[in-house]
Design a protein around this ligand. Structure first.
Ligand code: ADP
Ligand code: MG
Length: 143
């Protein structure tokens, strides 16, 4: 387990970028943390690390947004609105999870029942006592 502390969106972006540079096809990354904590900022860095040049935002009307202009495909999920894992079945999630790209799932805890065993877990937390822009980012590997 690794803990990284950041004090600006740029630092969180850079961390995401470094991890995106090291990401492999078949990896599944989960991102948890409250609204506005920096999951999308992290994802934007991660995408840049993969070589994606298209603008990355949270998928609003779709569960998954695909980016194909990087080194490997990036499948960016935001499952915030999912109420039932069946909705993940409908989009054929396993083709993404066990496919040729990297999956990054915001609010992964919402769909924990269907996540694969091997995961890269990222949790982002605020601590207002340490400042408005402080974030504690915990990265752990799950076998
Ligand atoms: P989420 O996707 O978790 O809802 P966003 O990434 O959309 O959150 O938004 C995070 C917000 O917090 C942005 O407005 C960003 O500028 C701000 N912010 C402040 N400090 C940090 C930090 N250390 N890391 C990431 N974002 C930060
Ligand atoms: Mg977001």
């Amino acid at each position: 387990m690794k803990i990284i502390e950041t004090n600006s969106p740029e630092e969180t972006y850079e961390l995401g970028k470094k991890l995106g540079e090291e990401a492999h096809a078949g990896d599944v990354w989960t991102l948890d943390g409250d609204l506005g904590v920096g999951k999308t900022v992290f994802t934007q860095g991660f995408a840049a690390g993969i070589g994606v040049t298209e603008p990355v935002s949270s998928p609003t009307f779709t569960i998954v947004q695909e980016y194909h202009d990087g080194r490997i495909p990036l499948y960016h999920f935001d499952v915030y609105r999912i109420e039932d894992p069946d909705e993940m079945e409908e989009i054929g999630y396993d083709d993404y999870f066990f496919g040729d790209g990297v999956c990054l799932i915001e609010w992964a805890d919402q769909v924990r029942e269907i996540l694969p065993d091997h995961l890269h877990r990222v949790t982002i937390e605020k601590n207002l006592e340490k400042g408005f822009d402080y974030r504690k980012i915990t990265i752990s590997e799950e076998e």
